[in-house]
Design a protein around this ligand. Structure first.
Ligand code: GDP
Ligand code: GDP
Length: 438
């Protein structure tokens, strides 16, 4: 099975991301008219009548001044021609035919892939009749598809045609089992440098949002022999008049990136040590039960005889206490120190997070520990733990079955968590311990 790919191209503001959101069936993008912050996803997955596909919104990376439009057009179209099975060329019936649309049409003429002209914002019958002028572009065959991305009207007819070009039914979720990594941290710690280094060195992005990936979301990588998805990036690079909004959105985006991720790489700046905001990010990751790896970046700038890694690590762990299972990697993006190790650690944490320990193994190793140090008796009542099992949940959760679950207190819960970590690892992963009556 292949991954059927639909690419949406077109000048800014025609409604590409609105259609994108409709096709992927999520309303995750922040819709806002501050140009350039409307997009949250560069690609997503959708389904039409049993046909699974991936949609790429080729816009949303470069915005602004007129002079970059030419490269922008080429970049979008090249990406679409390279990756897509079907190209949707979107225009805006409300605005009518513009010079930029014609430029797009000219570049699109070079492809032999199927191109559909999609006349968006055809919300009313009157508007639908305005689409005639787009035939003048001479592209996209006989038919132009009037749609309203906002209401969804016309999208069914369009998809009926589009799916005819698919070779097969496609894969339901091509990203299943691929680790989703969020790169988080305060401004200026080196997030985008880190992500760019992964990109630049290996040049193996599966969905290559050519060259401009530094602003993209959800890019799939293949670096150091590992497949993973970077969920968020360094945040917004685009200029806006409304700087508070941008700040707001970038915080929103980090929070959502965190929620969408399996593992969070939290980057600190070695020259500043761990700060309150770093602690907050880590606490938020733990609260959401995400895998966590801490990178102490800019390690090249630190006087090594005054600051050892050990001291640094101890300081970090004391600040984030009681969390103590988080691996810390000392990196320098500039001298490329331990970047490989950082990626490897993130993958390891992912594996830890997804591991399922067989019940027999758990009981074999944990019941003797419980015998050695049983739960303290309360009011003359003895708690007897009978067995333990890992629940089939998304995040590691262990249920201990016992006669009096209500009598087990926090310190004993922590003891059991430590025993689980001692025997089974779970480095970088929050785990949950529950007690059930049996
Ligand atoms: P993009 O820059 O091409 O991705 O365009 P957006 O998806 O950000 O949409 C630009 C503007 O057009 C937004 O204000 C949308 O709300 C609006 N828009 C998108 N689709 C429609 C539609 O079908 N009808 C109308 N009336 N407005 C739409
Ligand atoms: P972001 O805001 O977190 O994305 O940070 P950037 O990636 O933009 O980096 C901020 C600044 O720190 C840039 O000037 C980078 O060149 C610099 N920088 C990033 N990583 C390192 C590093 O490992 N060592 C040194 N010396 N500088 C770095």
């Amino acid at each position: 099975m292949s991954s059927n790919i639909i690419a949406i191209v077109g000048r800014p503001n025609v409604g590409k991301s609105t259609l994108f959101n409709r096709l992927v069936g999520e309303r995750k993008a922040i819709m806002d008219n501050v140009s350039g912050v409307t997009r949250d996803r560069s690609y997503g997955h959708g389904e039409w009548c049993g046909n699974f596909f991936t949609v790429i919104d080729t816009g949303g990376y470069v915005h602004g001044s007129e002079d970059i439009f030419e490269t922008e057009i080429n970049r979008q179209v090249e990406l679409a021609m390279k990756e897509a099975d079907v190209i949707l060329f979107m225009v805006d019936v409300d605005a009518g035919l513009t010079g930029l649309d014609e430029e797009f049409a000219n570049v699109l003429r070079r492809t032999d892939k199927p191109v559909y002209v999609v006349a968006n914002k055809a919300d009313t019958n009157a508007r639908m009749h305005q689409m005639g002028e787009f035939y003048a572009m001479g592209i996209g065959g006989e038919e132009i598809f009037p749609i309203s991305s906002q209401s969804g009207s016309g999208t069914g007819e369009l998809l009926d045609e589009v799916v005819k070009h698919f070779k097969d039914k496609g894969i339901e979720d091509p990203d299943a089992g691929v680790p989703r990594i969020a790169v988080l941290g305060r401004p200026n710690v080196g997030k985008s440098s880190f992500v760019n280094l992964l990109l630049g060195e290996e040049r193996n992005i599966v969905t290559d949002i050519a060259g401009t990936t530094r602003d993209s979301i959800d890019s799939r990588y293949n670096a150091f022999g590992k497949e993973f998805i970077i969920v968020d990036t360094a945040g917004l690079r685009r200029k806006s008049k409304v700087s508070e909004d941008i700040e707001f959105y970038s915080v929103m985006r980090s929070v959502r990136a965190l929620e969408d991720a399996d593992v969070c790489i939290v980057i600190l700046d070695a020259t500043r040590g761990i700060e309150a905001q770093d602690v907050n990010i880590i606490a938020l990751a733990e609260k959401n039960r995400k895998g966590i790896v801490i990178l102490v970046n800019k390690w090249d700038l630190v006087e090594k005889d005054t600051h050892s890694t050990k001291q640094f690590e101890e300081e970090i762990l004391s600040r984030i206490a009681p969390i103590k299972y988080v691996p810390v990697v000392f990196t320098s993006v500039v001298t490329k120190q331990r970047i490989h190790k950082a990626v490897e650690k993130a993958m390891e944490v992912y594996d830890n997070k997804t591991q399922k320990i067989p019940t027999s193994k758990l009981n074999d190793l944990l019941l003797p520990e419980i015998d050695r140090y049983p739960p303290p008796a309360i009011k003359g009542k003895f708690v007897k733990i009978k067995y333990v099992t890992q629940l089939p949940t998304h995040n590691p959760t262990f249920a201990f079955f016992c006669n009096l679950p209500q009598y087990i207190k926090e310190p004993y819960t922590r003891y059991l968590e430590n025993q689980i970590r001692k025997h089974f690892g779970f480095e970088g992963v929050p785990i949950k311990v529950l007690f059930k009556k049996k």
